[in-house]
Write a protein that binds this ligand. Sequence first.
Ligand SMILES: *Cc1c(COP(=O)(O)O)cnc(C)c1O
Length: 488
Amino acid sequence: MSDSAADNASAMPGLDWSEFPEWGARAAQWAGDYHAGLRAEPVRPPMQPGLTLGALPEAPPEQAESTEAIFRDFEEIIMPAMTHWQHPRFFAYFPANAAPIAVLAEYLASSVAAQCMLWQTSPAATELETRVMDWLRQAVGLPEGFSGVIQDTASSATLAAVLTMRERALDWAGNEQGLNEAGRLRIYVADEVHSSVDAAVWIAGIGRENMVRIPVAGPNRGMDVSALEQAIELDRAEGFIPAGLIASVGATSVGSTDDLEAVLAVAKAQGLFSHVDAAWAGSAMICPEFRTLWTGIEGADSIVLNPHKWLGAPFDCSAHFLADPDSLVKTLATQPEYLKTHGADGVINYSEWSIPLGRRFRALKLWFLLRGHGLEGLRSMIRDHVAWAQMVETAVAAIRGVEIVTPCMLSLFTFRLHPEGLSHAELDDLNIALVEAINTDGRIYLTQTRIDGKLVIRFQAGPFSMTRADAEMAIAVIGETAERMQEG
Ligand SMILES: *Cc1c(COP(=O)(O)O)cnc(C)c1O
């Protein structure tokens, strides 16, 4: 058989790998220009629902279109209505950082386009994952003995942990028999836990009524430990089955953090499986000085932190550490014959550690990231963000009519405008108007939350490309806008 270029050319119209380098270079140039110009753009696009939908044809194309036309529409239709998550003044939500070195790895990983579900479907991807997850374990100061796996999201890691709690409490019978005869399992969480935990509990069939919300107390807004103990005792007395505990380090709303040493001791004493959600704050644990926030973490059964938030691995890349992966595998592994690997003993099939079977090559971006910046580089980014958030907090506290509601937890604090003489509802409306005015201005982007019934505005410093000048601009924008609102 001949092997000429003509034989190898695709019969299908459309972009061919032979033309890929040209377009890859164009995309790379576009990406470089995009990032170079971001600082001058408003962080959030104009709020006009339907803008994109109206610009898109209602029916799919029957004939191949040129790459040129597709690329042009990407620039003209899509980009004008995107919120710029990599903008250096994106201070809303939590960050979703994408370090350029890790974006490069994503580009390579999507070009190789391997399915990394089993060791034999991509041996290097599996073994790299084992290695980089152990690097990350060391980087955040977890003791030896924890094994890591990369999940798509913290939501998936938490669901996997809740399923493990369920199966362990039912002596591994739930997957076989269903939950009809199971009795009522109970899961204990702090009142300010992330909404993904609610979803995990109901998807696992435990039911949200059996998610026992423990009131928070103290400056860190962690679970009241004696209330936790009482709730478990009461449940046992009433015939419920306490199955698990989910603790938080840096919950989303205002960074609420449980006293891990105390709550994990309760979990251990009560025989509960414990999971710690440190999705955002976990990245900061690469800095030893912040590890007091999770003192006692070595007592957890399961821990999740998201390198796809603060650390700089582009979404999705969620690090899930387990004290005993066997319980997870016992819960999740299906092992039909077509997925068995014969003739290679002792290999890890990471699909057995996750809910989906298929897996992207996510370890590559973490490897590029850790090597490309080094732990010292990443630590200094996080330290800068924490210092700049404190600087912004101090300056915002001095603005007329403004109060800090929750102080900096790492790089997150909340504030609100509270002029004299307004009702509760009027204050909420005023603060919604303030955050909208700030975001319409466009130089910075903030979001709101509700705490103790009050509408408050969140500020978090986290963009990978942020500088001190960006923090100073945040101070100026918040100050000017708050003044304007009070002038009426
Ligand atoms: C962001 C976040 C989550 C959800 O993370 P995903 O990876 O998007 O599922 C869960 N918990 C906390 C505390 C978070 O900040």
